[in-house]
Ligand binder design. Sequence first.
Ligand SMILES: Nc1ncnc2c1ncn2[C@@H]1O[C@H](COP(=O)(O)OP(=O)(O)O)[C@@H](O)[C@H]1O
Ligand SMILES: [Mg+2]
Length: 375
Amino acid sequence: MPHDRSDSTAKTFAGDSISNLYGMILDNIDRAVIAFDSDGRITLFNPAAEALMECSSRQIVGKSYQDLFKNQETLLYLVKVALKEGRSITDDEGLFLHRSNASPLPVNAYTAPIFAQGGNQNGAVMIIRDLSRIKELEGTLRRADRLSMLGTLAAGLAHEIKNPLGGIKGAAQLLSMELSKGSPLQDYTQIMIKEVERINFIIEELMDLGSPREPEVGDVDLARVFNDIVLLQREAARSRNIQFKLKLDPSIPPVQGDEGLLTRLFLNLIKNAGESISREGVVVIETRIASNYHMTGPGRRSSPMVDIIISDTGCGIDQQEMDRIFTPYFTTKSKGSGLGLAISQKIIEDHNGLLKIESTPHQGTTVTISLPLRR
Ligand SMILES: Nc1ncnc2c1ncn2[C@@H]1O[C@H](COP(=O)(O)OP(=O)(O)O)[C@@H](O)[C@H]1O
Ligand SMILES: [Mg+2]
């Protein structure tokens, strides 16, 4: 008798702790897990599902899967196969989750029947994974690939041009010294020198694209970087009515990176934001700790990230332009070099970061950069 009792206590205890463990796993896993009973009513909706679908478990549990995935043929089909045919099924290809309050999300989804202990089917479970970060990462890597080829080529060419250019500038300076101070020909030598300097500047920018320089890593105080940049940009935009707003999270620790390169990166992006506004508007620079850890590259360990969000109320970018803005020399500005984003892309890649651009023509653009806090 005593033996029996201790046995049953042990069993309940083990049972409890296992279901506790299951509960904790479901609460903490970053995949949406949704369970359905045999009638297709939702019986479980974990926190990741709430975040992904942007609705609470309380609103959803008890509703039918047909309501949850209204008009989303593929997702409906996946649940149906698991529920009615008792098969498990996966969809990895170009699947989007449509949500009522938010933009569509690239996902993959897996459904499986649930079998009770006796072997009878007891509903189904669905697991959905958010692929948006992975898609961004793929985009970053694809752009980086294209760039590194072009960059190497361009840097080689730039190097070849720089030497004869130095000769031209030297000769123009000698000529200027030979001419008398008041000579009308002095104007020409000044133009020659100024234009050579301009070519030189463009070339130096170009060489940065293929630059083999390893970032010099140190602690970078993002708040200081942004304060300096904004000070300068306010000055540059004086003739227009542009507000630069900083919303910096003071709890963000210094980022590990190359201060010079990071300053350049943010200057490029903040300049673009300012330049997109023709008369009046707002540029907001916001920093915050990303809510979860992210992988920054294939085979790398995931790291906590800081998100830097630069948004403007400028002209925006249409879909056709969007495909080209990272291509070196693509510019829509009369005085643009078209190298800003290409260089920015390279700097982000060197810092194992990610970049995302969202834009609505005539409304504005939001650029989000995610940088790992630790290297
Ligand atoms: N914040 C922005 N708003 C609107 N368009 C932008 C923005 N950022 C970049 N662009 C577009 O991308 C193009 C390329 O940008 P970039 O590489 O910095 O070169 P540049 O600024 O010299 O034109 C710009 O000419 C512009 O059309
Ligand atoms: Mg630019």
